[in-house]
Design a binder for this molecule. Structure first.
Ligand code: GAP
Length: 441
């Protein structure tokens, strides 16, 4: 396509998402709640598509089982995992304007970035990022629980339950999708960093010594998944953690980074976590979490773990950024298109009677009812056909079907392809087959 521009500015995407019903600010009528977002009708379709493709890729294999652990867990879980003691950011306050900053993100001997006061910062203090709440009716010591800051610990504490009930042998994995909460100090950039988000994590349990092989395998599988969802190769790269970045429990870690309009940043983490988590939980709970390796003389040991952890919202943001195109800017052919792959697109097919006429509407409704047995469709009857096409382009609908007066004579419709804008005349009886071929499912 001639004269095609990628997304350059996050604000353009935020505006499209609001305008077209993808993502709204949380509690908007009350002025909004910082860094919390609501997924609208199209956003939830997109999100479900992301989760479904991840779930299928990660659990439709005989060596991986699924799990849905509760968000609230025993506070001892977070003691064992190190989150109570170490999941902190260093904070400073400006004594003049009371603004709060992460000490590792600003220069402490420079003026306050907010009010420009000199020498105004307090000493750095450690601030725990977990949200605390209370269980039961009585507030007070002993009743504190936390909203989980990662889904991973629900998997570690269920390691033996899953292994024994499903009779798994190493190597095997446990996968989970769920909400996580972090009281981030510097959230922002739309849904890139929020205080409530969803993670899609898989912990793969392996024999100690074999972690490198499975780390390499995990990297390859996860990289390919991002490509399969339509992210362009030139916008993806690995970032291996150097010794200064590596978490104390990991013997290797790499991020898959995406080139967001704000620059390259982490989309997914792949971590070789050793036996740190299982060891900590075994110690604090006093429970024996050993795996008995029948393939190796009934040796007992704690497996090592390769973790792949991707933010559902962050991958979704990358998909939106990558799909966004502005074509023929400033001309009368200008259009904004989300070039989603069909399995990612929130709406697969739009069905449009050319005009509001009973016979056209009846024919279009029959086609719609047939198609929406299998596909998420939209029915649109208002405005010029050109405007309706533009709206579908902007939400990324791969196919538009138009019923016109000829359809009543020749029993055929016009099907328009989003990317090429080519139109084909297809017999109504062959729509199902045509759509299946075009969408690929
Ligand atoms: N269990 C490992 C773990 O939680 P992480 O690197 O802290 O690792 C994994 O998080 C992924 O979760 C990140 O790569 C990112 O996609 C997503 N994520 C983390 N914090 C987030 C936040 N505040 N908002 C949105 N997504 C976040």
């Amino acid at each position: 396509m001639s004269n095609e521009k990628n997304l350059e500015n996050m604000a353009d995407l935020v505006s499209l998402c609001k305008r077209r019903g993808f993502i709204f600010q949380s509690s908007e009528i009350y002025g909004g709640l910082g860094s919390c977002w609501d997924y609208g009708p199209l956003g939830i379709e997109l999100k479900n598509n992301v989760k479904n493709t991840w779930w299928k890729a990660m659990t439709f294999r005989s060596d991986v089982e699924g799990l849905d652990a509760s968000i609230l867990m025993s506070p001892l879980v977070w003691k064992a995992s190190g989150h109570i003691d170490n999941f902190t950011d260093p904070l400073v306050d400006c004594k003049e304007c009371k603004a709060r900053f992460r000490a590792d993100k600003i220069e402490l001997d420079a003026p306050c970035p907010n009010c420009k006061a000199e020498d105004s910062f307090t000493e750095p203090r450690e601030f725990n990022l977990m949200f605390e709440t209370h269980m039961g009716p009585v507030k007070g010591s002993g009743a504190e629980v936390y909203l989980r800051p990662e889904t991973a610990q629900g998997i570690f504490v269920n390691f033996l339950n899953v292994q024994s009930t499903m009779r798994k042998k190493l190597p095997f994995g446990i996968a989970q999708i769920g909400k996580a909460f972090r009281n981030e100090i510097t959230p922002g950039n739309f849904i890139f960093r929020t205080r409530e988000f969803e993670q899609m994590e898989m912990q793969y349990f392996v024999k100690p010594g074999e972690q490198k092989k499975f780390m390499d395998e995990g990297k390859e599988i996860r990289y390919q998944w991002h490509l399969d969802n339509g992210i362009r190769k030139e916008n993806l790269r690995f970032h291996p953690h150097g010794p200064d970045e590596l978490a104390h429990y990991a013997d290797a870690a790499e991020d898959i980074e995406y080139k967001f309009p704000i620059g390259w940043d982490e989309m997914e983490g792949i971590h070789s976590r050793t036996d740190f988590d299982l060891k900590q939980h075994a110690e604090l709970s006093g429970k024996n979490l050993n795996y008995v390796d029948q393939a190796d003389g009934n040796k007992k040991y704690l497996p090592y773990v390769i973790e792949t952890s991707v933010g559902c919202d962050r991958h979704l943001l990358a998909l939106l950024c990558d799909a966004y195109r502005l074509e023929n800017e400033g001309t009368k052919e200008e259009r904004t298109v989300l070039k989603f792959k069909p399995h990612i697109a929130p709406v697969k097919i739009a069905v449009m009677p050319l005009m509001k006429k009973p016979q056209l509407e009846e024919c279009a409704t029959n086609i719609l009812n047939e198609l929406q047995k299998n596909y998420k469709c939209e029915y649109d009857v208002s405005g010029s056909i050109g405007k309706r096409y533009r709206r579908q382009d902007e939400i990324g609908t791969p196919l538009c079907i138009t019923v016109d007066f000829d359809s009543l004579e020749d029993n055929a419709v016009t099907i328009r392809d989003r990317d090429s804008m080519k139109q084909e005349r297809i017999e109504i009886s062959k729509i199902g087959q045509y759509v299946r071929e075009q969408l690929g499912f």
